[in-house]
Write a protein that binds this ligand. Sequence first.
Ligand SMILES: [Zn+2]
Ligand SMILES: [Zn+2]
Length: 409
Amino acid sequence: MTIACTDCGTLQDIPPLPWGAIAICPTCANRMERTNGRSINGALACASATFVLLFPANLLPIMHVSMVGMTRESRLGSGVVTLWQHQWVIVAMLVAAFAVILPFVRFGLLSLVLTLVQLGHRPHWLGRAFRWSLHLDQWAMPDVFLIGCAVGYSRIAAAMPVQIGWGGICLIFAAFLCMLSRAALDARAVWRVLWPECAAPPADQPAIACRFCDLVRPAAAEGSRCPRCALTLRARKPDSMVRTTALVIAGFALFFPANLYPMSVDRQLGVLVPHRIVDGIMELFQAHLWPLGVLIFFTSIAIPLLKLAGLSWLLLSIWRGSRYRLVLKTRLCRLIDEIGRWSCVDIFTIAVFLPLMQFDGMVSTDAANGAPPFLLVVVITMLASHTFDPRLMWDAALTPRLHAHPGQA
Ligand SMILES: [Zn+2]
Ligand SMILES: [Zn+2]
């Protein structure tokens, strides 16, 4: 069975792997296949349990706080409603998409596809639906939202009594099962059920590979739909360099206002107290919550900066046709793709915090001018890592470069 490595484009013959084996690309050291701990039934159980738990996690209160006889509660959607009412429309829409809507779509689709696969039904849209369920893995964030809740809980608990509601307990289980379903899902086994891979094409016949499901097709099929996942087949991601460069420049332009302007503003007995990202980190350290301070430093400052600087390095290396540390750069590309979503922790903390801290005349809190650019940096860097094609680094390094000078024929 021949598949193409998604990171370097090398065609590989992979025999059926025994239990516990790992197939590693000899060119870029990408883990192409792993059987240990993976099963379609296990992933189906975890995905459908996550889908069911999302209902109480959304409908029931996550946290309650009480102050001078008044009680406030926070639900998954109430932060979105409060942000919308306070005119933070972009932040409200993106938090609603990542924390409420896309988790339902992702786990609903995944449960449906895996159920049909196990029942032996193969409707023509099954491959497309499976591709979307995998694609939404990065954008559906119940696990990241849970970490945002944990940071919000610790910050509030330092000041006043706070209780976790049934919605919070269901969210903890849903987030845990979400991570477990990702670990248990054997995507390649599902792809093979939908459309088995063939033997390698003859060496003299050019081939292209689907960049999503790795299926190898004759080069003449370029521009048509992949028979397995219905993605349009292209030798490389179209306009990858131009799109990624534009997104990285936009990311750098928004990174500075995101860090210089406050993310939230507290009103305490009529006095306004702005909180930039760095202020929030300092407060966590002063409250002796230094593990959370370190977490917010990494997710809100270090990871966005690493993504922008890392992608700039990768783009420059393609322009220069560099052969330097190609395996390291391919690993960096994979890391940037995987860690991007965790930058949303601080924004989710605000979304949990906001409905709880509305004691008019005493304490209230609101998002501030730093929140929209910060969230846009996260989205733009995630899009940039999706539009970047790591195979271009290998193409550029392996293409012989001409060093012709003017006057030389
Ligand atoms: Zn590879
Ligand atoms: Zn495909």
